[in-house]
Design a protein around this ligand. Structure first.
Ligand code: AP5
Length: 212
């Protein structure tokens, strides 16, 4: 099963990628997470990406395509994968086609933009195990502490109001056109991303079939 998760920032793609990985036993490849790891490790790629990411701008297409194609060569991807947050532009989608990166289904997370702003504003992340929480929608056992590994939670720099606003504009201008691109290929499946995490999981299961 080779999937793309498409949708605005904060739509719940990363949250549902965790579910799909567990339920269908395929790895999730998040370009955002790979880039944040490169920023933390201060690699040349990380240094180039840092300022762009903090502002909510996209990282150049050629860097993304190179990073993605290298990652897909790893053995855990041979039975399928979830691409979370990539492609993000038409150039990336066309580049993936040229590289013969296969895609079976594109799950388009459909959600009003005011709802995603609320989700992003309350998001907390674990810098150690990457778990994601929300102060209202996914509360913690102990405030500010990761339930899974006990680390102190942080707020992503790009979840500050100015950056959220820019990310929405970037999404509308550069990523939303991909909906038509994949609809024309007959691969697009709309997911109503409103409602609880469990409700969204159930809608995804209707499209992907029984978990393995
Ligand atoms: P990336 O990390 O991909 O960020 P994003 O697409 O903006 O997506 P998010 O991680 O913000 O949201 P999400 O949909 O995963 O939501 P989540 O599940 O966390 O990219 C970051 C940056 O990297 C980009 O801005 C760009 O600079 C760069 N980049 C990455 N890929 C790139 C590419 N291909 N090309 C160029 N540049 C690239 O949920 C959000 C919150 O809501 C959480 O708090 C969660 O707990 C909560 N929540 C989730 N589901 C529900 C629910 N059903 N009900 C209530 N709350 C919920």
């Amino acid at each position: 099963m080779k999937l793309i998760l498409l949708g605005p920032p904060g739509a719940g793609k990363g949250t549902q990628a965790v579910y799909i990985t567990e339920a269908y036993q395929i790895p999730s490849i998040s370009t955002g997470e790979m880039l944040r790891a490169a920023v933390a490790a201060k690699t040349p790629l990380g240094k180039e990406a840092k300022t762009l990411m903090e502002k909510g701008d996209l990282v150049p297409d050629d860097l993304i395509l190179r990073m993605l194609s290298e990652r897909l060569l790893e053995s855990d991807c041979k039975n399928g994968y979830i691409l979370d947050g990539v492609p993000r532009t038409l150039v990336q989608a066309e580049g993936m086609d040229k590289l013969n990166i296969e895609v079976d289904k594109v799950l388009n997370f459909d959600i009003p933009l005011d709802e995603v702003v609320a989700r992003l504003s309350g998001r907390r992340v674990c810098p150690t195990c990457q778990a994601t929480y929300h102060v209202l929608f996914q509360p913690l056992k102990e405030e500010g502490i990761c339930d899974k590994c006990g680390s102190k939670l942080t707020t992503r720099k790009d979840d500050e109001p100015a950056s959220i606003e820019n990310r929405m504009e970037v999404y509308l201008a550069q990523t939303q056109p991909l909906i038509t691109y994949y609809k024309e290929k007959g691969k697009l499946f709309d997911i109503n991303a409103l409602g609880s995490k469990d409700e969204v999981e159930a809608r995804i299961q209707e499209i992907l079939g029984e978990p393995v």
